[in-house]
Design a protein around this ligand. Structure first.
Ligand code: FAD
Length: 419
């Protein structure tokens, strides 16, 4: 072992950092997670809800569940996997959205996705919204769904990147919480909490990682910070790494927030059903009724709407939701719901958003961000994934990939020392 504090420091203890440290520890590499929060998980975060339920404020869906590594980890932890098909793959509640119109919308959405796919690899890359069919009545609603998928209106999103996302269409959930599962996976790993990395000095023989709790020396570092933070932290690396800053700037974090509300006489609604607040505008929320059959509504807000409501305060999400739902279901509905919790990921200084999308022309930034520097600075995190970005399994896969790069470099160095 080198004459320093740690062989490898993993910066950030979210899905990617946990995956990297887990993999390194198994390979016998002495590593440390350095995490600014007082908990693991980052954008994966489960909090207790009413009657012992678990509420995921960040990731909730095991997307591409048939190839998602967190499924096996949840199994090892003896978690309960719920395989009910997600609301977006089922008929919505008919109030305000008759079935015939739902079919028209789904067809228009499918055609839009096909146009994006056809155009995706052609030059130049365009904003996904450029592929809306002119004057189609469903464009606003397709754009609303775009804000839940990308966290931004499709005017801002690269068509190529949007199409690069690979989803097998199998979506499951963990009853005890996705965030709780991810945090538990890292529970036994060595970690320093409430410890913010201020600077990564890679000018000398060893890396010097300056933190709020002092300087740590290491052979390698795996940086898993959200792209929103890397985009603004021009002085994080010394010497500076402008190509990383630029790549991160091409991959902003879009904004999606969740509001949980209690629901009286919930049985009147189908389990795991969905209602759009409105079908003719983009600034609308999607309401997931009775998730897991619980007497709750989980509402999703994306893009500019989420940003505005974050500024207006926690209560603004609830008031907006009640306004939309009473419009659809009658004034008396207001008495049946109450605020439980709301997320505000854009105001969280350690996330500054929810998940990454690429600006038009910037899809390649994911590969640039993921590339190692001098075989000792490695990068992981959902934004580094070319096909599983914006997800917790993308975080895991990039974390393991970066750990494998570290192991490869260390093995090479050891065999050179031996000869
Ligand atoms: C509302 C919402 C819904 C979502 N839904 C889903 C879903 O259904 N399915 C899905 O797969 N994904 C979903 N996601 C996305 C998923 O949660 C993320 O893609 C994933 O958790 C990102 O993991 P990460 O390790 O790349 O980043 P992070 O989790 O952000 O980890 C980075 C870590 O770095 C830490 N950090 C920041 N600055 C510093 C510093 N200076 N020093 C030290 N540490 C620092 C942060 O505290 C954080 O813990 C959702 C996210 C949100 C917000």
């Amino acid at each position: 072992m080198a004459n320093n504090d740690f062989e490898t420091v993993v910066i950030g203890g979210g899905a990617a950092g946990i995956a990297a440290a887990h993999h390194l520890s198994r390979a016998g590499v002495k590593c440390l997670i350095v995490e600014a929060r007082s908990r693991l998980g980052g954008r994966a975060w489960t909090i207790p809800g009413p009657s012992g339920s678990a509420l995921d404020l960040g990731c909730g869906w095991l997307h591409s569940a048939d190839r998602n590594p967190w499924v096996a980890i949840a199994g090892e932890q003896r978690r309960t996997i719920d395989k009910t098909p997600p609301p977006w793959r089922r008929r919505s509640v008919a109030d305000g959205f008759p079935e015939g119109q739902q079919r028209q919308f789904l067809e228009a959405q499918e055609q839009f996705f096909s146009r994006v796919s056809e155009r995706a690899q052609k030059e130049p890359d365009v904003p996904a919204a450029a592929l809306f069919e002119p004057d189609c009545r469903w464009n606003n609603l397709i754009n609303a769904v775009g804000t839940y998928i990308s966290g931004a209106e499709l005017e801002y999103v690269s068509a190529r990147d949007f199409d690069n996302f690979d989803d097998t269409g199998v979506n499951w959930r963990i009853v005890e919480g996705y965030g709780a599962t991810i945090a538990a996976c890292g529970a036994k790993l060595p970690a320093a909490f409430d410890c913010s990395v201020l600077r990564i000095d890679h000018s000398g023989k060893h890396l010097r990682i300056e933190t709020t709790q002092g300087t740590i020396a290491a052979d390698q570092a795996i940086v898993t910070l959200p792209s929103s933070i890397l985009a603004e932290a021009e002085t994080l690396f010394a010497p500076a790494l402008p190509e990383k800053t630029r790549a991160a700037q091409g991959l902003p974090l879009g904004l999606t927030d969740k509001l949980f509300m209690s629901l009286e006489r919930a049985e009147e609604f189908e389990k795991d059903s969905r209602v759009f607040g409105a079908i003719d505008r983009t600034a609308t929320a999607a309401y997931h009724f009775r998730p897991f059959g619980r007497p709750l509504i989980e509402a999703f807000f994306g893009g500019k709407l989420a940003a505005k409501l974050e500024k207006d305060g926690e209560r603004a999400f609830f008031d907006f939701a009640v306004g939309e739902l009473t419009e659809l279901l009658g004034n008396a509905f207001a008495k049946r719901v109450d605020l439980i919790h709301v997320s505000r990921w854009g105001l969280d200084p350690l996330s500054r958003g929810s998940y990454s999308y690429a600006l038009p022309g910037m899809a390649d930034c994911r590969t640039i961000l993921a590339a190692p520097v001098d075989d000792r600075l490695f990068f992981a995190g959902e934004a580094c994934s070319t096909h599983d970005f914006s997800t917790a399994h993308g975080g895991w896969i990039t974390g393991v990939a970066a750990a494998n790069q570290v192991i490869g470099v260390r093995t090479n160095a050891q065999s050179q020392e031996a000869t």
